[in-house]
Design a protein around this ligand. Structure first.
Ligand code: CA
Length: 237
């Protein structure tokens, strides 16, 4: 079992139970965490929650079809790895899947080693495409961005993908104030961040403080900047 996989949560979107069960087994046996949903609407909500490192997406689904789900994910999240899994395997379907922003396309029936190899390849590319040296060290806090993990003193920390993206952005701009609108644009991909509820940012920051701050109600690392934004303070006052 690959140890690194254990921090990656895969969203499996598949309405045929027999296939879904097979996928769940394959993923879990290889160390991935898994969540399974059966329809397009739920898939979209889950996919945009920031919890997942990869989506395995069937095309023929009740409600929204896989192409639409893929397209809507890409409107909000440019980087979430998506592999389409489908019995539709004409060239046009494959071209459509890639056009809608999927990272790869696997035709059913597929072999287990091939599926795993494709998952690993897509995850590897996704890890490499993220910026920075992949590490945050401040005081007793150590975070490995690529592994979604860290430690605060002796305590082990596990992060969601969205939390890591926020931390990595603030870390790369450390000791500078980052307005909420900038985070919404850079981390969430909203072009018109002014029209988006900024509490989304605050909720994530609150969760992050509970993980990384010694005293979350008196943050020393993730500080609020004049009510407008946040700053990662690398050098203590
Ligand atoms: Ca289906």
């Amino acid at each position: 079992m690959n140890e690194q996989n254990s921090n990656v949560m895969i969203l499996i979107v598949e309405d045929e139970m027999a296939i879904a069960e097979g996928l769940i087994d394959i993923c879990e046996l290889n160390g991935y965490k898994v969540k399974h949903v059966i329809d397009g609407e739920t898939a979209l909500i889950e996919a945009l929650s920031g919890k997942y490192g990869l989506v395995l997406l069937d095309l023929m689904l009740p409600g929204l079809d896989g192409f639409t789900v893929c397209d809507r994910i890409r409107e909000k999240d440019k980087d979430l790895p998506i592999i389409i899994l489908s019995a539709k395997n004409s060239d046009n379907d494959i071209i459509d899947g890639l056009k809608y922003g999927a990272d790869d396309y696997i035709a059913k029936p597929f072999s287990v080693p091939m599926l795993l190899a494709r998952i690993e390849a897509v995850l590897r590319r996704s890890r490499h495409s993220l910026e920075g040296d992949g590490k945050l060290i401040a005081g007793n806090l150590r975070i490995h961005f690529r592994e979604y993990m860290g430690t605060r003193g002796n305590e082990e920390l596990v992060f969601t993908r969205k939390e890591i993206e926020i931390l990595e952005y603030l870390w790369n701009n450390r000791d500078h104030a980052v307005p909420r609108a900038e985070l919404l644009k850079k981390v969430w991909g909203y072009e018109n961040a002014e029209s988006v509820d900024t509490r989304t940012v605050d909720i994530h920051i609150t969760k992050l403080r509970k993980k990384i701050e010694d005293d979350p109600s008196h943050p020393k690392l993730l500080v609020t900047f004049r009510g407008e934004g946040y700053q990662f303070r690398a050098s203590p006052e």
